[in-house]
Every structure is written in structure tokens, then in C-alpha cells.
Design a protein around this ligand. Structure first.
Ligand SMILES: NC(=O)c1ccc[n+]([C@@H]2O[C@H](COP(=O)([O-])OP(=O)(O)OC[C@H]3O[C@@H](n4cnc5c(N)ncnc54)[C@H](O)[C@@H]3O)[C@@H](O)[C@H]2O)c1
Ligand SMILES: [Zn+2]
Length: 457
């Protein structure tokens, strides 16, 4: 069982109090620091992130305040539960604010947002824009985005760079193509880079924006579920090195994230399901009510029901925004967003990138993390069953590929970014649904048992 030898222990829980509008301090959070190697998160009641409706209504409206020039109507994530997705007017964007002081920014979520040029244009700095996209997305959405940037705005000129599609191009050579275009087009410091695409494009364009002329303005237009619920929010940008994924990069926050849910209409089914793995993750680590909602609405999500998707994206962004606002640079708490990822990365690396999508590997990884949590006696078996059930229903894997061996897992996990002082820290579930810990204090024998239970050799 967990030893108590580590010197510090950080536990974060929230008082179940109503949110204070525009609260930039963490005063409504109860933080007890005992161990930086282990973070325990109970956050169903955390209400620091403000979920904002341009035109709010019903139960979601708690109070109104002004932030800068924007009118804000704030609601806690707990209150948002009461808002039935069907009540959302999909043409009116929902806004989730990422609260990072002077680097705060809005996430706009809704249908038809690319037909509302003013949303994008208010975040463009300067007169020059570079849209970074790939050869799959360009034919589908590039014209629409150029129109949204320029309609009624003749002073702005837009260049674009179309990269080859695929994780294998998330590298330095492809990044150089962005810089080539920016330099050839004589873009200056007051330019804006726009990422139009999935997580690969978002991560690469963000890193290009962070480093071109030491940093230019940056906007995210994510077009996969994975990017809309996860990668476009929080400012992690970067590229892969041949020796490992995402090893080169920067924290660099965008000016805004614009999520037009209509873009999901062209997304392949397998990519949709892969993104849902991250949605399910939020429920498991910190939002039991959201998990229950997912159990009831999974069919609608798979059928791409627009209001169900919009709600799942909004709720996911709220969860991510909240964690990022509390721990932007991942000193502990943010690591909890990696439930299943240590096992998942081993699958992605061991099985070969591109064989399984990221969300598929994470789904199998979550099952393994849940299995370990159960072996440790930290959760009851009803959670194990529910996780299997929801992943199966989402058509996601519930076990690693048969070719994975215990040794393959161990060798990749040994170089995981979450290893500290030789100790592999994992995100594990503990307590009732919606609670997790990030810790190196677990019985290593149980980890061995989990690996052997999922691998033939
Ligand atoms: N920065 C972060 O915090 C973070 C978090 C999670 C994942 N990531 C990164 O994100 C990447 C995975 O992102 P992804 O799953 O979006 O993969 P992706 O960017 O490769 O997109 C998946 C596929 O869907 C296509 N596509 C995208 N939008 C489409 C649309 N609307 N219609 C049709 N096709 C479309 C893409 O061209 C691609 O072929 C990985 O590189 C991962 O490391 C980053
Ligand atoms: Zn992930």
C-alpha cells in the first residue's frame, strides 16, 4: 500500500460554495500542501472557471459582471449541469473563459461560428494573418476561414500554408515550412497565426507562433473532437522528436479558441470516438455528474447530435480550463489530465505510432489505470464495470493490442515524463467516481499484476 515516506502531499479540494464572479484568486479553494509528488484532486464543486453565455438563460445564470469590454454572465460548472443541452441555442456561442490573468482567453463553442466573422476578427492583431492547415482540411474549411477573417475587413490580408496530413509530419522539417511561408510573406511581429485543424496542426502552429519573431498572436480553430475538448485549450504546443513524442515545445496560450461544431460533420467516425476517450477521462478524474450524463447520452454523441456534442465539448473545456487555470505549467494538478496516458503512450510507442489513434491508446490505458486502482483497493468494482461499459459502447478498445508485452510497457514507462527520482508517478482513481490521485505511492506488486493481467507475456 501507499507509504507515507514522501515529504509533501498536495491535496486540493473545493469548498462547495457558489462561485464569485471574475474571481482571479484561488480563495474559494481549499489547498493543503503536504507532498508535491502526489496530488489528490476532489473538484466536483470547484467553480473557479467561469462558464459564460453571451445570452444566458435559465438555471445557468448566477450573476453578471464586466470583464474588460465584454459583458459576462458567469455560471459555475456545477450549475451548468442543470442546463439541458437542448435548451442551448446553437447559433449563440457559449463561451468558456480560461482564467490566466493577463493571458486569459475565451473558448467560443457553437454551430455556425465560422459564419460569424466578428468573433474571429476581434482577436486578430495587425493586418496580416497566416492560416496553418493541412491538405485534408484545406479543401473543406480554408475558404470559409479566409472569408470569416476578411469579410467586411478589407484591411486584412491572409496567407496560408498547407502542410501534409499526419502525426509523422509533426516535426522540425514541417515546422520550417511554416517559418518559410511567414518569412517569404514578410510577416511582422503584429501578425496573427491561425491553426485550422486537429491536434497536430494546433500543436505545430502554436509552437510556430511561440517562436516566430519570439512570439506572435495566435488563434486556434480546432476541427477534431480531440482538439476541441483537449489539445486546443491550455497552451501546450510543440513537435515530436524521433526519440519521443512532444519533446520539443513551449507553453503558449492563444488569443481565443473558436470551436465551430459543424466542422465535426466531416470527421471520420474513428476520429470522433478517439476524441470521446478524452471526454470520458474528464468524467472519471473530476466530474462524476458529467460521466453520468455521458452514460445516458453516448448514443447521441456517436450519432453526432449537435446539442449533445456542443454540451460535451463545453463541459470538457470547462474542466480543462479549470485545471489549466490552477496549474498552467503542470507542477502537479495538470498531470491528472493524463489518466491512462502513461499506459497509452507505451501502447502508442510499442505498437507503433499511427496504428492506434491517441484516444484509442488512452482508452485502453484508462482501463489499465482503473484495474490498478481496483487492485489497490482504492475504488469499488462498480466503477471498473462502468468504465468498460462506456468505452465498449463508444467502440473504443478496453485492452491493449495483443502484441504488447509486460517488458514493452515497462521499458516505455521507465522514461515517462512523470518519472521523478526514479519513481513512476501515475494518475489513479481513488474514492467515489470523479476522484483521482497523482502519486508514486502505490504497491508496485499491484502494477505488475495489472501488466500481467493485460499482456500474454
Ligand atoms: N497540446 C495538447 O495539450 C494536446 C492534447 C492532446 C493531444 N495533443 C496532440 O494532438 C494530436 C492528435 O490530435 P488529433 O486527434 O486531432 O489528430 P490530427 O490532428 O492528426 O487529426 C486527425 C485526422 O483528422 C483529420 N481532420 C481534422 N479535422 C477534420 C475534419 N473536421 N473533417 C475531416 N477530417 C479532419 C486530420 O487531417 C487528420 O487526418 C497529437 O499530436 C497529440 O500529441 C496535444
Ligand atoms: Zn490525450
Amino acid at each position: 500500500m501507499a507509504s507515507t515516506t514522501n515529504p509533501l502531499y498536495a491535496s486540493l479540494s473545493a469548498k462547495p460554495s457558489l462561485p464569485k464572479p471574475n474571481n482571479n484568486s484561488s480563495s474559494d479553494l481549499f489547498v493543503r500542501v503536504q507532498n508535491v509528488n502526489a496530488v489528490s484532486l476532489r473538484s466536483s464543486f470547484v467553480s473557479r472557471t467561469t462558464a459564460v453565455e453571451l445570452i444566458g438563460g435559465g438555471n445557468s445564470v448566477l450573476s453578471a459582471t464586466r470583464m474588460g469590454s465584454r459583458s459576462m454572465i458567469c455560471a459555475s460548472s456545477a450549475q451548468v449541469v442543470d442546463q439541458s443541452p437542448s435548451k442551448t441555442d446553437s447559433k449563440v456561442p457559449t463561451i468558456v473563459e480560461v482564467d490566466l490573468g493577463s493571458r486569459s482567453y475565451p473558448i467560443y463553442i457553437g454551430s455556425g461560428l465560422l459564419d460569424q466573422p466578428e468573433l474571429l476578427q476581434r482577436h486578430v492583431h495587425g493586418k496580416r494573418v497566416l492560416v496553418v492547415t493541412n491538405n485534408t482540411i484545406a479543401p473543406l474549411y480554408l475558404d470559409k476561414v479566409v472569408d470569416a477573417l476578411t469579410r467586411g475587413n478589407p484591411n486584412v490580408s491572409v496567407d496560408s500554408v498547407i502542410l501534409p496530413d499526419g502525426e509523422k509530419y509533426k516535426d522540425m522539417d514541417t515546422l520550417m515550412k511554416v517559418f518559410d511561408k511567414a518569412i517569404e510573406s514578410r510577416l511582422d511581429r503584429r501578425s496573427t497565426f491561425v491553426a485550422l485543424g486537429g491536434g497536430v496542426i494546433g500543436d505545430m502552429c502554436g509552437y510556430a507562433a511561440a517562436s516566430f519573431l519570439r512570439g506572435v498572436n495566435f488563434i486556434q480553430i480546432p476541427t477534431t473532437v480531440m482538439a476541441q475538448v483537449d489539445s486546443s485549450v491550455g497552451g501546450k504546443t510543440g513537435i515530436n522528436h524521433r526519440l519521443g513524442k512532444n519533446l520539443i515545445g513551449a507553453f503558449y496560450q492563444p488569443q481565443c479558441v473558436l470551436i465551430d461544431t459543424d466542422t465535426l460533420n466531416t470527421l471520420p467516425d474513428r476520429e470522433l470516438a478517439s476524441g470521446l476517450a478524452e471526454v470520458i477521462k474528464y468524467g472519471l478524474i473530476r466530474d462524476a455528474e458529467f460521466f453520468e450524463w455521458q452514460e445516458k447520452n453516448l448514443k447521441s454523441l456517436l450519432a453526432r447530435d449537435p446539442s449533445a456534442l456542443a454540451y460535451a465539448i463545453k463541459r470538457s473545456c470547462e474542466n480543462k480550463a479549470e485545471v489549466v487555470s490552477l496549474d498552467e505549467k503542470e507542477s502537479g494538478l495538470r498531470a491528472t489530465l493524463n489518466l491512462g496516458h502513461t499506459f497509452g503512450h507505451a501502447i502508442e510507442t510499442g505498437f507503433g505510432y499511427g496504428q492506434w489513434l491517441h484516444g484509442e491508446a488512452v482508452a485502453a490505458g484508462m482501463v489499465m489505470a482503473v484495474d490498478l486502482s481496483y487492485r489497490l483497493g482504492w475504488i469499488d468494482d462498480s466503477i471498473v464495470k462502468r468504465v468498460h461499459q462506456i468505452l465498449r459502447e463508444a467502440k473504443l478498445p478496453t485492452a491493449p493490442p495483443e502484441t504488447m508485452t509486460v517488458e514493452m510497457f515497462k521499458s516505455v514507462m521507465a522514461v515517462d515524463k512523470k518519472v521523478a527520482d526514479g519513481l513512476l508517478r501515475l494518475i489513479l482513481l481513488k474514492g467515489p467516481l470523479g476522484n483521482c490521485v497523482f502519486t508514486g505511492e502505490y504497491d508496485k506488486k499491484a502494477l505488475d499484476e495489472t501488466l500481467h493481467a493485460f499482456c500474454k507475456s
